[in-house]
Design a protein around this ligand. Structure first.
Ligand code: GLA
Length: 386
């Protein structure tokens, strides 16, 4: 992240900035691909993210610059003609468009500079952070009365309708609503949530980035969603059920014959069991039972690998190798999948050896580097200074 983002702004646009905000990425501890099936998720905001400085203009012009996409230079657009261009600036544009669609007045354009330290395409939600951040900047620049939860909802709406990825609410919610030291147990069906303390006295969250870039926009994510919808439609032939995760695993076993397509049946099984695991995991954490929590993380990975089929050889190797390293309570792929990162819950005294062992094993197996780092659970999006 650039410390001198304010200077960059002033240099590029030759004017002072007005607001400076930050939005974090997230890591999901457990509850994967449940958020568009009415289930629970258990993410937390992390101490990596994106900053933005901005200032209003007195005409309709929008100008965007990112230190992460410096080659693209300053990208211009007009508030009156916000279209999808296939550039990184589609993300902030999508949120501006969404605010206007929801009736919030954005009377003028603005100049923006973004700068982040979240690895791109790594499953740590750089897109959601960018969306939530843009919403927060609009709120601060134009005095728009929106809550953190609304910032999350607008971010998701923008991603669904402007970017075209049918994602759930988890990533934007974690970025907007995160709290230092707490994971968020979110019931995505009714957006009810509770903060669960995650102590770092005993264990550390270690992220291992496979450096295999995923692309959620690739049709696979939307395919999974459609398969879940098909499974739900099949169940609805005989059952009154509003979402897959409204079913318990026992109810699923009783009615699974209604889903005749084997692929859809596997997808539904993942979502329903994963939801149950997530609720159990939150209970285990509350009880201080990290071993149980870790076991549930491992089961989550197996289900994502075998039933949901969103893992890849690199993520499987990283998770399976971690399971056999001393001091690892649990390890799983995190986020949408098809690349990106694993999240590992590691006993504090074993973190250093874990990092060394997993890096060496990955390099030996795939002849490429994994990027391994410990994260802290941090606050959600906030304004940095006036
Ligand atoms: C991506 C999506 C989320 C969620 C996860 C999988 O991160 O943006 O909404 O579906 O994948 O759990």
């Amino acid at each position: 992240m650039m410390n001198n983002i304010v200077e960059i702004f002033e240099k590029i646009y030759c004017r002072p900035m007005q607001v400076h905000c930050f939005a974090p990425g997230r890591v999901n501890l457990i509850g994967e691909h449940t958020d568009y099936n009415g289930g629970h998720v258990f993410p937390c905001a992390i101490n990596l993210g994106i900053e933005c400085v901005a200032a209003k203009r007195n005409n309709m012009k929008l100008r965007f610059y990112s230190t992460n996409f410096a080659d693209a230079g300053v990208i211009e657009a007009s508030l009156d003609a916000l279209s999808y261009d296939g550039a990184w600036s589609d993300y902030p544009k999508s949120v501006i468009h969404t605010f206007r669609q929801f009736g919030y007045e954005i009377p003028y354009g603005a100049d923006f500079v973004f700068s982040g330290n979240l690895p791109d395409g790594a499953g740590l939600s750089s897109s959601a952070a960018l969306e939530v951040l843009t919403g927060l900047v609009l709120k601060e620049l134009f005095n728009i009365p929106v809550t953190g939860q609304e910032l999350a909802v607008f971010g998701q709406f923008a991603e669904n309708h402007f970017i075209g990825v049918s994602c759930g609410i988890m990533d934007q919610f974690a970025s907007a609503m995160g709290r230092a030291g707490y994971a968020i147990l979110l019931d995505t069906n009714i957006l009810d949530f509770e903060y669960a303390p995650v102590s770092d006295d005993d264990a550390t969250l270690v992220i291992v980035n496979s450096n295999v870039k995923h692309s959620l926009a690739s049709s696979a994510y939307n395919d999974r969603r459609h398969e879940c919808e098909a499974a739900l439609a099949a169940l609805k032939n005989e059952l009154k059920v509003s979402s897959l995760c409204a079913l318990t695993p026992a109810q699923f076993e009783e009615h699974r014959h209604l889903i005749t397509d084997d692929i859809c049946k596997k997808r539904a099984r993942h979502a329903i069991y994963e939801n149950a695991r997530t609720i159990d995991a939150a209970k285990a954490l509350k009880a201080g039972d990290l071993s149980r929590f870790g076991t549930l993380m491992n089961e989550s990975h197996i289900s994502l690998r075998d039933d949901y089929e969103v893992s890849c050889a690199e993520l499987d190797f990283l998770a399976e190798t971690a399971w056999n390293i001393k001091g690892v309570y649990g390890a799983r792929m995190t986020g949408g999948g098809f690349g990106g990162c694993t999240v590992n819950l590691v006993k504090n005294s074993c973190v250093e050896t874990f990092m060394n062992k997993i890096s060496a094993a990955y390099k030996e197996r795939f002849s490429r580097e994994a990027y391994v780092f410990a994260v802290k659970i941090a606050d959600g999006a906030h304004r940095i200074k006036a």
